[in-house]
Each structure stands twice: as C-alpha cells, then as structure tokens.
Design a protein around this ligand. Structure first.
Ligand SMILES: Cc1ncc(COP(=O)(O)O)c(C=O)c1O
Length: 379
C-alpha cells in the first residue's frame, strides 16, 4: 500500500473507534434525532449532543449549543460569510485564504453586494495584524483569516488579529480547517465570533462533516431553512441555536463518527501536535538537503501546521506528485484551492507539492519520502 501524506486534504486512516461509531449509528440507532420520542431517536439525539459537547470542550466554547454542524468546512464558511453580511458591508480577509472563503466573498463582491480588501502577508508568509487594522474602514463588518495556510502550513497570528477585531468591534471569522485537532484552539482566547472547521481532517471524522462555532449573542442569517423537529407550529426558522442553522436531517453516522474522532484526539492533542511538528521538522530538514528543492513552509516548527510545501527544480508540481505516487507516496500537487497563496509564493503557474503528515505517519515513511524526492530529482 502507498504511504499517505495527504492529511491536509482529509485524514486517513480513521481510528477504529470512528469506524465503530459510524457502524453503530447505522445499525443500532439509525433514527432521526430530535424528531420522535422512541428509543432509537432518543439515542441518536444523545449521540449528536455528545459530539457537540466534545467539540465545544475541545474549542473552549462554554455552550455546546454554540457548535453548529455543517456538511464540511466549506459549508460552515458559507454560513459564516453569507450569514454575517449585509448589502454595503466591507470585509477584510487575507490573500492566503482558501477558495471556500475567497469564492463566497468574491462572489458577493462581484454581484456588487459587498466590498472586499485582501491583505497581503509579509514576505515571511505571515499576515501582519497592523496591516489588517489599516485595511479597516467605517463599513467593515467582518474580518476573516485562515488559522493556518493550507498551502504552506504557516500559522497566522489569529489571536492578535482577534484583539484588533475586539478593539474595533468587528465580527471575526477564523477558518480552522488546518488547525482544529492539530493544535490547541480556544475560541475565547482567540477573540473570534465564528470558527469554522472540517470534521474529516485532523478531527479524524468521516467526510461530509464539519461545523461552525457561533459565539453566543452573534446572529447570522440562516442559509438553510426547514424542519428542525422543534417549534413545528411556526412557519419561521427557530431563533435558538443550533436549530437556527441546522435544518433537515443531520448526518447522524458522520456526526457519531466525528464525535468518536474528537474523543480520540482530545486526550492526545499535545502528543499529536508535538509528533506532527517533529515529523514536519524531519521532512523540512530532509528536503532542504535535496538538490533543486525549493521549500515554501516556515522554518520554525512552532510556526507551521503539519504541512510542507515544495517544488523540485522546474518540474510542474502535478507532474512531481504523479512521479511520487508512482514511487508509492500519496501527496498533492497543483494549486490547493488557494490562488492568492500561490500568487504570493510565485507558484501560480506550476503550483506546489504538498506533503502533510497525520497521526499515524512514521519517521521511516518521512525518510522514505525524502529519498523518493531525491531519486525523482536525479531523473
Ligand atoms: C484552509 C482550508 N479552508 C477550507 C477548506 C475546506 O474544507 P472542506 O473540504 O471540509 O470543505 C480546506 C480544505 O482543504 C482548507 O484547507
């Protein structure tokens, strides 16, 4: 079997406990949570609540109800962006954002509904909170920033940007796709109003899961309205969380699996983080020693998530990723859905190879990968 180094896209393999939880949901209590009073429906409701509470605890959120389930991080980001903004608002985001932030924002801007400023990172790949503050106008209604770049792994100064947002009274959205489950996240300390996350990356849950933390007191326009199993006599979406943002049948097997993933990760978070840092450190060191390799990720371990981006000579990154796949290593080439980050790196044309480690990656696999890159460079 090939060595999987594409955890930034989605994690693999999932822990046994996740597989068991998905199976149990589908076989033991496959009912619609929050709708009926029979035992299966009640169990389904309890499992959903447990997953919500586990996520809230992991993020430092005081109220489990402030965690809203979504289909993935993109879905959560769409709710955050489109739910927060009104016609005429101005938004400050960064050039490092993933398309799941950029496209909703640029789409609104293209339709003339909002105006948008994208702040450039400093030459070292980190956004300067002062630059964010300087970009604010009297109409700025939202600041959006990625917690860690999905291209380089560079962890952004999200807490310092949070202080700017708090001081200026502006709503603040963090895209935690490459952070939650891989490093400590405390939504209070970060000063954010909205924190979007996928369930299927570092939280080790199944695909089709994700969510949004919504600070108590922050109200968004729902992006999906419909049945919730509550206040069914009303023709309007309930105002309460999480029902305000969760219409329709939830992804019970996915959320049960996600809950198991969170319970697997939470007690091991500091070990996972330090091991992934050491693994990326070994990757960076090994690749730095290969002729013709250009590295794009930060040198300092504590400043990056478990991601290393690089190119080899003049080789287009997609070709390099294919050549590495033939040698038994699953990595991703191309643009990683973040065109601004590639523009900043000067890799908009050929993209970059991204190797990303996970909870089961070994140092032997990292060494083997570096050797495969070396061999490929010699061809
Ligand atoms: C930084 C970032 N934001 C958002 C997303 C979108 O996540 P999802 O695939 O769960 O929608 C990704 C996925 O790779 C990402 O890396």
């Amino acid at each position: 079997m090939s060595v999987y180094l594409d955890h930034a896209a989605t994690s693999h393999p999932k822990p046994e406990a996740v597989l068991d939880a998905v199976r149990a949901a589908l076989t033991e209590y496959n009912a619609n949570p929050g709708r009926a009073g029979h035992p299966r429906a009640l169990r389904a409701g309890r499992e959903i609540l447990e997953a919500r509470a586990a996520l809230a605890a992991l993020m430092g959120a005081k109220d489990a109800m402030s965690v809203v389930f979504a289909f993935n991080c993109t879905d959560a980001l769409n709710l955050a962006v489109k739910g927060a903004l009104r016609v005429g608002d101005h938004v400050v985001a960064t050039q490092l954002e993933h398309n799941s932030v950029l496209r909703p924002l640029c789409g609104l801007a293209a339709r003339g509904r909002i105006t948008l400023t994208l702040v450039k990172p400093r030459p070292d790949g980190f956004v300067d909170p002062d630059d964010v503050e300087h970009a604010l106008t009297g109409r700025t209604a939202l600041i959006a920033c990625t917690h860690a770049s999905n291209v380089t792994g560079a962890i952004q100064p999200v807490a310092a940007i949070g202080q700017v947002a708090r001081r200026r009274g502006i709503r603040y959205l963090i895209d935690g796709a490459q952070a939650l489950g891989g490093m400590p996240v405390d939504v209070e300390a970060l000063g954010c109003d909205l924190y979007a996350f996928p369930g299927h990356k570092s939280l080790l849950g199944p695909q089709g899961t994700g969510g949004l933390y919504v600070r108590p007191g922050v109200t968004l326009f729902p992006q999906r309205e419909g049945g919730t199993g509550s206040a069914s006599d009303s023709m309007l979406q309930p105002a309460e969380l999480p029902e305000r943002y969760e219409a329709g049948t939830l992804n019970l097997p996915g959320i049960a699996g996600l809950g198991a993933g969170v319970k697997h990760v939470a007690p091991r978070l500091s070990q996972i983080m330090s091991r992934e840092r050491e693994l990326t450190g070994a990757l960076m060191e090994g690749l730095a020693d290969v002729d013709g390799v250009t590295l794009y990720s930060p040198r300092e371990e504590a400043a990056r998530a478990g991601i290393v981006a690089f190119n080899v000579g003049d080789l287009p990154s997609a070709q390099a990723a294919d050549a590495l796949a033939r040698r038994g290593f699953d990595v991703r080439g191309g643009l990683h859905c973040a065109p601004g980050a590639h523009r900043f790196l000067g890799t908009l044309e050929r993209g970059a190879v991204r190797a990303s480690v996970g909870h089961e990656t070994t140092f032997e696999e990292v060494e083997g990968f570096v050797e495969a890159v070396r061999e490929m460079g010699r061809e």
